[in-house]
Design a binder for this molecule. Structure first.
Ligand code: SF4
Length: 152
């Protein structure tokens, strides 16, 4: 069970906000797997990644390009933190070019069943619009420009 670092924003019931795209590491949880269509298939509930599982995933290439992982939002310790918000979801929603498949990404479409909505950082920040693009977001390019969306 993770604890809240001093100053970190809490979700309901005192839980830390959950990042829906942490790096693969022991102690993270598997959120879902990218499908051939470029959309994430969410697990009903995240599954804890132990050391052996992390090693297996890393043995076949960067797991973040094929899966998404969740863990506590580290806010100021993350290069994507703007000082007040997560820059990843703002970038995807505000800066990415309009999608040719925008009809599939409408904010009023049914929300994905992801298992972390109560504490999700992106949902707390941008609501259903975040969930509409969330299945298309991949963390695989490294560095600080770590994220791309498959919907562009
Ligand atoms: S679907 Fe919505 S609540 Fe779930 S991880 Fe993605 S942004 Fe967060």
């Amino acid at each position: 069970m993770s604890t809240v670092t001093a100053g970190q924003e809490e979700g309901p019931l005192g839980q830390p906000r959950a990042c829906p795209s942490v790096a693969c590491h022991e102690g993270a949880s598997l959120l879902g797997a990218m499908t051939g269509s470029g959309r994430l298939a969410y697990l009903p509930m995240p599954v804890l990644v132990d050391a052996a599982f992390a090693d297996r995933l890393e043995a076949t290439g960067r797991p973040e390009g094929r899966y998404r992982f969740t863990g506590p939002c580290s806010e100021g310790a993350c290069p994507q933190w703007t000082g007040t918000d997560c820059g990843v979801i703002d970038h995807v929603l505000d800066d990415e070019p309009p999608s040719p498949s925008a009809g599939a990404l409408r904010a009023d479409a049914p929300l994905p069943t992801c298992g972390i909505r109560r504490t999700c950082r992106w949902f707390a920040q941008r609501g259903a619009a975040a969930c509409a693009v969330c299945p298309t977001i991949v963390a695989d390019t490294g560095g600080t420009a770590t994220y791309r969306s498959t919907h562009g």
